[in-house]
Unconditional design. Structure first.
Length: 201
């Protein structure tokens, strides 16, 4: 994903990051050389006349392909952001249920430790959301995760393949929630497990 500001569109014209120009450069040069050669032959030796019908047919087909590709890209973009929205919803729902279900089963003398554990779960869920956004943006700068994870956890994530970073944080979160939900009734545990399963899918 390329981060840019819509106001600086002129600068984007000359930006190579994320552009297809480096991959097309050789083809463009080959096309340019062929065009110059054909123009030289046409003007100096032998006039070349090509029927325009073929160009019209190709232009129609090419236009349809470009429109189809643009629509497909747009659909994939919004499908991705819908998944991010669902992730945010499920993490918030999980945290809300976790707080409601576990708070009533905590003894008075363990309140402070309980609130620290709640902060840990909240931090893991926020880190989970942040890791997904970093993966979408293809960004390996995990300095923003220091507010949510320990240095060892961040180092472990950075040495893990991109595809497994989200499952790793989900496993940490699941382990912590299961440790803190030992005293709640079984139906409430099942509800939390359902939310965790929705995140894993």
């Amino acid at each position: 994903m390329i981060n840019y500001t819509p106001e600086s569109w002129f600068r984007m014209l000359f930006k190579l990051q994320g552009s297809v120009l480096p991959r097309l450069f050789v083809r463009i040069i080959i096309g340019l050389v062929i065009s110059v050669f054909v123009i030289y032959i046409h003007t100096s030796y032998y006039p070349i006349h090509v029927p325009t019908t073929i160009h019209k047919l190709i232009a129609v087909a090419l236009g349809l392909l470009l429109v189809f590709r643009t629509n497909a890209s747009y659909d994939r973009y919004w499908a991705g952001w819908r998944l991010v929205g669902e992730l945010n919803f499920h993490t918030q729902d999980l945290f809300r249920k976790f707080c409601i279900y576990t708070k009533v089963h905590v003894h008075q003398d363990k309140k402070n430790a309980y609130y620290e554990d709640v902060k840990t779960v909240q931090s893991l869920l926020k880190a989970m959301q942040r890791v997904v956004l970093l993966s979408i943006e293809d960004d390996d700068d995990y300095s923003t995760l220091h507010d949510y994870l320990s240095a060892d956890q961040i180092h472990y994530l950075q040495t893990t393949d991109h595809a497994f970073r989200f499952p790793v944080i989900l496993a940490w979160t699941s382990q912590k929630i299961h440790e803190l939900s030992q005293t709640i009734p079984a139906p409430l545990k099942t509800s939390l497990d359902t939310n965790l399963s929705q995140l894993s899918s």
